[in-house]
Structures are given as C-alpha cells and as structure tokens.
Design a protein around this ligand. Structure first.
Ligand code: DX5
Ligand code: ZN
Length: 225
C-alpha cells in the first residue's frame, strides 16, 4: 500500500502566525506545503506571492508546491524558483502554449504540475502525462479556501489512475479543494496520491497535529493500494 502524501495549503493558515502554522504542519507529519497564488484575473481573488514564498521557504524544509492560479504563469517561473518553489503547478486553462510553459518551469529547475478546473476534462492533459510530475484535479472552483468538496472530481481521479497504469507512465495524482477527514478516504480510494487541504489541516477543531494524523489514517483505512 502506498502512503498518501498530505500537502498543507497555507491559504487556510493564520497569516498573523504563519511561521508557527507552517512549523506545526511540518511537525505533524505533513509531506508538502501548498502555496496558492492568485492574480485577480484567472480567478476572482488575489492571495500571496513571491515575498511570502521567500519567508515560507525559510520556515520549513518541506517541498513547496506553488499552485499558480494566474494567467500565463510561465512568465514567473524563474522568480518563483529563486524564491524557493519546488514544484510549479499551472492551470492548463491559463496557458496559450502549455508545452512552452512547462519548458520554462523545467528550465527554472522546478518540477512540473498541471491543474484542471472542475469543468476541464482529463482528456485535456493526456498528451502531457508522460512529461509531467503531477496532475492536480481541482475539487472546487479555484479562487477561495473553505469551499465544499465536489464529488464530480472523483471519476477524474479514477480516470487518471487508470491512465497511469494503461500508459505505464509515472505522475502524481493530486486533489485540491474541500478535502477533510470525512472525504479524504474517497479521494484515496479513487486513486489520489496526494491530498491538499487548507481548512482541513489548519482549522481542524482539534488542532493541526490531530488533523494530519486523522487525514493520514482515514486514507489508510480506505485505501486498498
Ligand atoms: C483553492 C485553492 C486551494 C485551497 C484549499 O483555490 O487552490 O488550495 O486553499 O483550501 P480548502 O482545503 O479550504 O478547500
Ligand atoms: Zn491550491
């Protein structure tokens, strides 16, 4: 059975004590930090950017996945790599030339992720699967934390898992949006390698450590892989 990767989305953290929250997530056993960048154009919200990433990089040794909810994100690959990004996840809907964008990400020295919004079919990423490190399936409309998980994302995760087996290619299947202890088992059973959670980690009633333990064990209970 493969262990589930838990990625903590700092959009759900308390920004007044971000260092403490990031360190608590790392100590609790989170495997990755998820860093949401929004431009107010591709999504109707503006979040955080390069100076905050530099600060987060100093707070943790964990890999940082930079989730770019930004039009033409390739323009910023070099800057986010220099600020400490490990993986750079772009939206296929936001790139006129996705292959050129991914080339820019690789040239900057980061791993490549491609995200699809709820309305975008898995078919859109099939030609890219042999060349990228992760597909990120959005299980909410990107733009805001704290939204309800969309179960329509589950068949997309299943389809990606099947494609990985059929095509015999290795890429990580991640799911982002509304993930909680209650639905993490569904995502794991569908075939997710990585679950990304903001509210579910940082605003769990019993605290961050309990949240991460519960997410990991909920997934273990249900995952047959
Ligand atoms: C949504 C972001 C998500 C968000 C997840 O646009 O991409 O990463 O922070 O937050 P929760 O877990 O609260 O849905
Ligand atoms: Zn995200």
């Amino acid at each position: 059975m493969k262990a589930l990767t838990v990625s903590a989305s700092i959009l759900g953290a308390d920004f007044a004590r971000l260092g403490d929250d990031v360190r608590a997530a790392e100590q609790a056993g989170c495997d990755e930090i998820h860093f949401d960048v929004m431009d107010g154009q591709f999504v109707p919200n503006i979040s955080i950017g390069i100076p905050v990433l530099e600060a987060v990089r100093r707070m943790t040794r964990l890999p940082i996945d930079v989730h770019m909810m930004v039009g033409e994100p390739g323009r910023y690959a070099g800057m986010f790599a220099a600020a400490g990004g490990t993986m750079f996840t772009v939206h296929i809907e936001a790139c006129a030339d996705i292959r050129a964008t991914l080339d820019a990400v690789r040239r900057a020295g980061m791993q490549t992720g491609v995200s699809i919004k709820p309305a975008t079919p898995v078919n859109a990423v099939i030609p890219l699967l042999s060349t990228i490190d992760r597909v990120l399936v959005m299980s909410v409309e990107p733009g805001f934390g704290g939204q309800a998980f969309m179960p329509e994302s589950l068949p997309k995760i299943e389809q990606l898992r099947k494609l990985a087996d059929q095509l015999d290619v290795k890429f990580d299947v991640a799911v982002d949006g509304g993930i909680k202890v209650s639905n993490a088992p569904l995502a794991a059973r569908a075939g997710a390698d990585t679950i990304i959670a903001g509210t579910g980690v940082f605003r769990y009633p019993n605290g961050i450590a309990a949240a991460v333990a519960a997410l990991k064990s909920a997934a273990r209970t249900e995952s047959s892989r």
